[in-house]
Design a protein around this ligand. Structure first.
Ligand code: NAD
Ligand code: NA
Length: 396
């Protein structure tokens, strides 16, 4: 079968197994090129199939020879339909890990549920005994609460007043003004329920209760801050409240791990093109301008470069982990550099449909977006007939 990208709104409904495999191989090669990291050896990654979570799994496995268990929610291929990219990524990751003699198993299902938690705990118990690093990298629009059964939906809205600003349809390159009405009702509570720290805490409690966390175990979840340009819709909006909650949860988890000397961190990461971020209005325009400036300055990073730096220069230096005044690890330092932000803010004012391809890296944005689904990846022959059967038994 020849697979082509099929776009529907902000998502692509097809994905390419060979392209996804090549993306994973490229990330592995990058990690190998950076040398050994003196990191954790038994690692659980929750949200392990795409974006920052996949990069974390690859960095642990190929930077520190770690055994990894990955949890994610992805669609397997079915009659006439491709799998979701995270499924192909994970199949490719497992292939490569096994070839390298590394333990790697995956659990495909709803990480918010008691069932998937239990399956994961059982697998750790049976195969690894304990884990010494837990990466929490879920991005989801919904969560069925495991205790109440209520289905919470997160929203991306400002709080208090309508937010009006520029946005871009990155497929067409059309810049327009968008107005987003403020949240109402239970929007804030629901967004916190989905993207806040409660589920992270539940995972760590469950692991600890069964003595599956090694002494000194570390857990890391990912957050975002970003510039004043996006503040109303991101950090000071409903999603920001969830991130505040996630960040506060780190302290509560650390308190709960005192007896085993464990620690929880939130790492603030850079804005990047992922399935999660492309759905947020205003953010794609910001990222297109940011990419332009960061590439010009030679300081652009993708997920894998970010996580490599997180491990090598923050988590596993042999010294205390450096944090900001709020206790957070910062690997968004290059994005937030004042000179970078000043340049982005200037371009933001200038940006219109007519000049966008000139002043922004819209092309880079589009390419990264296609890459997420395994398309436009260098070295892949897209005319070749694709063999759909990739190591299906080992995942899910
Ligand atoms: P992503 O969409 O690439 O990855 C999300 C992961 O969560 C996937 O592995 C997916 O399978 C998994 N997942 C979703 N729902 C699930 C469920 N119910 N059960 C099990 N797995 C599920 O997203 P990402 O951008 O890598 O985001 C990960 C984290 O990083 C989020 O907390 C996000 O806020 C944060 N972050 C993102 C950016 C950015 O610009 N993309 C920047 C900073 C921080
Ligand atoms: Na992720």
């Amino acid at each position: 079968m020849i697979i082509e990208p099929r776009m529907r709104g902000f998502i692509c409904t097809t994905s390419h197994p060979k392209g996804c495999e090549q993306n994973v191989k490229n990330q592995i090669e990058y990690i190998k090129s950076k040398g050994n990291i003196n990191g954790a050896k038994k690692v659980l990654v929750i949200g392990a199939s795409t974006g920052f979570g996949l990069a974390s799994r690859i960095t642990s496995a190929f930077g520190s020879d770690a055994a990894t268990i990955g949890v994610f929610f992805e669609k397997a291929p079915s009659e006439g339909k491709t799998a979701s990219p995270g499924w192909y990524n994970s199949a490719a990751f497992e292939n490569e890990a096994h070839k390298a003699g590394l333990y790697a198993k995956s659990i495909n299902g709803d990480a918010f549920s008691n069932e998937i938690k239990k399956q994961t705990l059982d697998l750790i118990k049976a195969d690894l005994g304990q884990v010494d690093l837990v990466i929490y990298s879920l991005a989801s629009p919904v969560r069925v609460h495991p205790v109440t059964g209520v289905m919470h939906r997160s929203v991306l809205k400002p709080i208090g007043s309508t937010f009006t600003n520029k946005t871009v349809d990155f497929h067409s390159g059309k810049v327009s003004e968008i107005s987003i009405e403020p949240c109402s009702g239970d929007d804030i509570e629901n967004t916190i329920a989905v993207m806040g720290g409660e589920d992270w805490g539940m995972w760590i409690d469950a692991l600890k209760a069964e003595n599956l966390l090694a002494p000194g175990a570390t857990t890391v979840a990912y957050s975002y801050i970003g510039p004043s340009l996006t503040e109303a819709v991101y950090r000071k909006g409903t999603i920001g409240r969830a991130k505040d909650h996630l960040e506060a949860t780190a302290f509560a988890i650390t308190d709960g791990l005192a007896d085993i000397g464990g620690k929880a961190f939130v790492s603030v990461n850079k804005a990047l093109v992922t399935q999660a971020s492309s759905a947020i209005p205003v953010i794609p325009l910001y990222i297109s301008l940011l990419y332009r400036i960061m590439k010009e300055e030679g300081i652009h990073e993708g997920c894998i470069e970010q996580i490599q730096r997180l491990y090598q220069e923050r988590l596993y230096t042999g010294y205390e982990v450096p944090v900001d005044e709020k206790g957070r690890i910062r690997i968004d330092d290059l994005e937030m550099r004042p000179d970078v932000q000043e340049k982005v803010a200037k371009l933001w004012i200038e940006a219109v449909t007519e000049n966008l391809s000139e002043i922004s890296d819209l092309e880079g944005y589009r390419k990264d977006f296609h890459n997420l689904f395994g398309f436009e990846v260098g070295g892949v022959d897209y005319k070749e007939d694709t063999n759909e059967v990739v190591n299906i038994e080992s995942i899910g």
